[in-house]
Design a protein around this ligand. Sequence first.
Ligand code: GDP
Ligand code: GDP
Length: 437
Amino acid sequence: MKPIVAIVGRPNVGKSTLFNKLVGDRVAIVDDQPGVTRDRLYRETEWNGKEFVLVDTGGLEPRNNDFMMSKIKQQAEVAMNEADVILFVVDGKGGLNPLDEEIAYLLRKKNKPVVLCVNKIDNFLAQQDDVYDFWGLGFEHLVAISGEHKVNLGDMLDVVVDLVEKVETPEEEEGLKVAIIGRPNAGKSSLVNRLSGEERTIVSNIAGTTRDAIDTVIEFDGNKYVLIDTAGIRRKSKVEESLEYYSVLRAIKTIKRADVCLWMIDGSEGLTEQDKRIAGIAFEEKKPIIIVINKWDAIPDKDGKTMKKMREELYAELPFLSYAPIEFVSALTGQRTTKLLEQAEMIFAEYNKRISTGLLNTVIKEAVIMNPAPTRKGRVVKINYATQIATAPPRFVLFCNYPELIHFSYSRYIENKLREAFGFDGSPVDVIFQKKN
Ligand code: GDP
Ligand code: GDP
């Protein structure tokens, strides 16, 4: 998804002309008659290697009730809502117009970055005073340009690209980022409410304008946590959300941002296919995961063996997640919920753990002596040495003469030996075999 930059402004200020200059070929209709450009036009373009989609909108004339105008206004509204950055074009030659002020008011309500382009400044030295008035509209970013004569368009695009980049990488909250994922009704928002309400120390609750999730910052035991919950969004747009595709996309985005994932399952219902798909995403993104069985309070006839039995069943169904701890909680009563935070902290440390090369090689050597890599067709695999090349997740390279002979099960054996020796609870571990004689 490329960022969207929308051009808005009242009719006849030069939007289409600017659009055409920026996208390179003449696609929008330009005419001296106001309001000729009726439809939104989308074109991909780039500046300094940064790609974005430029949208030309019809004129935005808030007071005009004429049918055509209200249609145009509607379309401009849609474009503004979609946009990441807005290019607000005004006519520098014609001077400040009451309509500009109305549009400025609408734009301020959108709370999106705006670049005010004072257009038709074909000769800056002669027209400096024309530009001056427009500062009064109160926008931080103002550039005097001439769309028609391509004056200052580079400076304007620099500002646009800067803002686009800021929108794409919003400043992150401090604290461990804990994504709460799971299918609808698993109890995600109940858990967030429980964790934030219980501690009564919500620092802020930021509704992400460009994000697909709600961040809640909480403090517990002197540590900050950013709880990223996808549930709030789902409530807002239940209709679109019926398409599972979107929930999967959201899950991927959320998981990518997270330090640790809490994957919630409704314990009173057990695993569904949708559950497994969500778990698969977290696994593929190689994030540390805690499996949270929620609604423990609603599980009937529990006894001393229920947890153990459920654990075994889950690991049997999800062998690829055998490294993930399983916790049983009740978001409703708060049972064991704060333990999740402590555990998230702990597995994040495991995820970032670095093992010294000396210690690592001692463990690998021992593992190989106990269970040598199988020979095939008379060839003997010899593992020379190992080194950790990355953390988050920990990644180990084992150098050997015939990496192609190493079977998955042997790689698994090495991984298990590393886990026995060093822990890595809750964290994925990568083991790679590489050629070296
Ligand atoms: P829109 O209705 O906002 O899309 O405006 P247009 O792009 O159709 O332009 C309206 C009129 O302003 C046309 O006659 C353009 O030639 C003229 N115009 C556009 N940009 C400039 C400019 O930079 N300088 C001058 N002098 N005229 C311009
Ligand atoms: P989300 O869609 O994953 O955010 O789930 P919600 O937090 O909205 O919870 C869905 C439903 O399950 C609500 O009716 C909750 O009251 C209920 N629920 C959530 N957690 C628990 C729990 O621990 N025990 C019980 N019995 N019900 C719960």
